[in-house]
Design a protein around this ligand. Sequence first.
Ligand code: PLP
Length: 426
Amino acid sequence: MSDLYARHRSVLPDWLALYYEDPIEITHGEGRHVWDSEGNKYLDFFGGILTTMTAHALPEVTKAVSEQAGRILHSSTLYLNRQMVELAERIAQLSGIPDARVFFTTSGTEANDTALLLATTHRRSNTILAMRNSYHGRSFSAVGITGNRGWSPTSLSPLQTLYVHGGVRTRGPYASLSDADFIAACVDDLRDLLGHTRPPAALIAEPIQGVGGFTSGPDGLYAAFREVLAERGILWIADEVQTGWGRTGDHFWGWQAHGRNGPPDILTFAKGIGNGSSIGGVVARAEIMNCLDANSISTFGGTQITMAAGLANLNYLLEHDLQGNARRVGGLLMERLRGVAAQVPHVREVRGRGLMLGVELVKPGTDQADPDAAAAVLEATRAGGLLIGKGGGHNTSALRIAPPLSLTVAEAEEGAAILESALRSL
Ligand code: PLP
């Protein structure tokens, strides 16, 4: 055990997750690569857990941050803040939500907390619909609505949460249904649930479940849910913490794969927009955002230093069409991995879209999840110079691949070759 690991163990919580039997200390990065404290270089297929959206140490972001740091880091949003207004304008316009208002937080958890505060206040109900297998953060209320069993048992949240089918398709009675039949079955379940409960405030859902292993229902699922919800005035909160900013290639937001009847009522974001600096936030129609009778700020939400990073990062992302790159390079990577999967009996499924790809591992010849195989692949890819992720909580049998969106074709091929050899060695 390294000295740093021993110190980590002695002072930080036991439940603070760490990858690898002998955890690494990352010291710096450039482009799609990072280096550890022993000088090893890795191709980064996890993008700092989907936070490095464009590239590590992107000069445009570094310049904006250092110039801003030379002026002022933070002056509180009690004073006018040009960078915050500019980023809010851009996000409001990109969100597709009419008459949108944006509130900045410092994390995805706090963004979802705020969305829950808004929805429950607006609708005067503390009942929330959430998806099975979901993850929405680690605060009292976010854990309370998280469907992933890895977190929810610890919560005694006062919110009443009802879990909806539709997030997971790989296993169970729904696995063999056609897309249309699957959606119809989930809608029936939802109607049934609503017939037995006080009117909920909202349904919160990740368009593609992140921690759940990059799994999703078919396109159009949430549009079908939306019709049922809208009949009853129930709000839809799209948790875009992992799926936003073009990551899914086909769309700028994950909800757009379900967008037949327009944008969500509330959208939450975080992770990639700051390229590693802590920006989260909520977008909602003015009528919903302004339902709070409060005079409030988030001390570090919207601070100049993070807004400068967010603006530079967003500009780069749009000017270089990284969404298009995610679609093209992600498509090639998906094809390559599906080719490998066909020959490796441990691989049950390669799924996802853009540069958000999940590889589900099972015990060969069965439908049984195989977390040990996923752990072995993580160790083997690390040894080969590639960092990847895996699902969290009770979903540790899925590998998660989410590189920075500037990934090149050559890097995709290099990473796929390392992953292929790790999968074949199972
Ligand atoms: N929502 C989703 C979909 C997430 O994946 C996460 C984190 O992984 C969160 C919310 C919580 O975000 P944070 O860790 O920034 O609090």
